[in-house]
Design a binder for this molecule. Structure first.
Ligand code: OW7
Length: 404
């Protein structure tokens, strides 16, 4: 860390010269996170000319102050006021109140606890079936055989998407989450696929393409009631297709990796499945699948004595906040019994994850099915990280299980 003068405001500001989207940092971000937190409450990231935040208190406060830290200029590195967005902005993620709230209220109803409860039986049945097959195999890839397979079936089924070609969903999520970051190799490589993949996705946001009994049809029901327009309904289906698959794939993958790498934690979970829900919260804290989001300042603001100007990008490191020792005891320890609630893995405030109940349900039924049938869970090789400008997760986790 070094301290250098600001853009003429007069006070000093902490500075960090590293590229947070460097592939090596993305593969293992935690040393950089510590540097960032220790540098100060907000740090000038010289490499991109924008601000970074790694401490829990400031990240949490920023997420909860949409008036000062807006989303409508984009929640990636690109400033929508200066650059044309790569796709039509989301009416949920990339809008501020009051515009945001109409879309949010429709989506909150579609993903309400009551609606989610109706999905449980189908989710459980598929988790049981899948886990039974994998235990019979003994050795498998916890990502390609489980963490990808499960969400890719149950979530689009719940939405009412036709079956087949669902691989497009993973490809689209990978593009969208890379697109929040800078134009590095990850961005460019995924954007090369964009025309083909976006065409497939956009076609599936049509009312006629969705089964009449799914969550997608329910969104179009709000258009029938005049609460949102037909176009907005399609845009909300697009939001579900963007935000609902890669996130849970990585969430389940991170849970399985953490459990396989900490055998005593797996044993504790297996012996007491009432810990399943908390084990997933601890995963979201310990290895946050959504690592970062940006905001843009709407006015000059003082953050812990550092002067930040108007119209500046602020990069919030959710994964760093979730390991801030100022907030968490033994922050770098994976402990499924700790009180993990209160993490910012699902964000916080008006943009806090609207799908968090369905994400938790998916993880819960997968982990519960495993606790029923699996005695030991161990890695048979090094997991391969899956690099993405926003998401943290694994491409491969080779494991061996023994039956109970
Ligand atoms: C959307 C987990 C963040 C997202 C992410 C990407 C896209 C959208 C939402 O939530 O399209 O609304």
């Amino acid at each position: 860390m070094q301290v250098s003068p600001t853009n003429g405001i007069g006070a000093d500001r902490p500075v960090n010269a590293q590229d947070p989207f460097d592939l090596e940092i993305l593969a293992n971000p935690y040393a950089f996170h510590e540097e960032l937190r220790e540098a100060g409450p907000i740090v000038w990231l010289e490499h991109y000319g924008l601000w970074g935040m790694g401490r829990f208190e400031e990240v949490h406060a920023t997420l909860n102050d949409w008036q000062t830290f807006c989303s409508s200029a984009g929640v990636g590195i690109s400033d929508f006021r200066k650059e044309k967005p790569w796709r039509e902005p989301s009416i949920l993620l990339e809008k501020d109140p009051p515009e945001h709230d109409r879309a949010r209220s429709a989506m909150t109803k579609v993903l309400s606890p009551v609606a989610i409860r109706k999905l449980r039986a189908d989710f459980e049945a598929f988790a049981e079936e899948l886990v039974e097959q994998l235990v019979a195999k003994g050795e498998f890839d916890a990502v390609t055989d489980l963490a990808e397979v499960f969400p890719l079936k149950v979530f689009p089924d719940a939405l009412g998407l036709e079956s087949g070609e669902r691989d497009y969903l993973l490809r689209y999520g990978n593009i969208a989450f890379n697109a929040f970051g800078p134009r590095n190799s990850l961005f460019e490589e995924s954007m090369a696929e964009m025309p083909e993949v976006a065409k497939w996705i956009n076609a599936r946001c049509d009312r006629a393409k969705l089964s009449p009994d799914g969550l997608g049809a329910e969104i179009f029901g709000f258009a029938d009631e005049g609460k949102i327009t037909e176009h907005e309904a399609g845009m909300l289906v697009r939001s579900l297709l963007t935000a609902g698959v890669d996130t849970t794939v990585n969430g389940i993958g991170c849970a399985l990796r953490s459990l396989a790498a900490h055998p005593e934690q797996w044993a504790a979970l297996r012996d007491d499945p009432t810990l399943v829900r908390n084990a997933f919260e601890e995963t979201l804290r310990y290895d946050s699948p959504v690592q970062t989001f940006f905001r843009t300042t709407t006015r000059p603001v003082d953050i812990g004595g550092v002067q930040v100007g108007e119209g500046e990008k602020v990069l919030m490191f959710l994964g760093a906040a979730n390991r801030d020792p100022r907030k968490w005891e033994n922050a770098d320890q994976f402990d499924i019994r700790r009180k993990a609630a209160g993490h910012v893995g699902f964000g916080s405030g008006v943009h806090g994850c609207v799908g968090q109940m369905i994400a938790r349900l998916e993880a819960e039924v997968v982990l519960k099915a495993l606790t029923k049938r699996v005695h030991t869970l161990e890695l048979t090789g090094e997991p391969t990280p899956k690099l993405n400008n926003t998401l943290r997760g694994w491409a491969h986790i080779p494991v061996r299980v023994t039956a109970k």
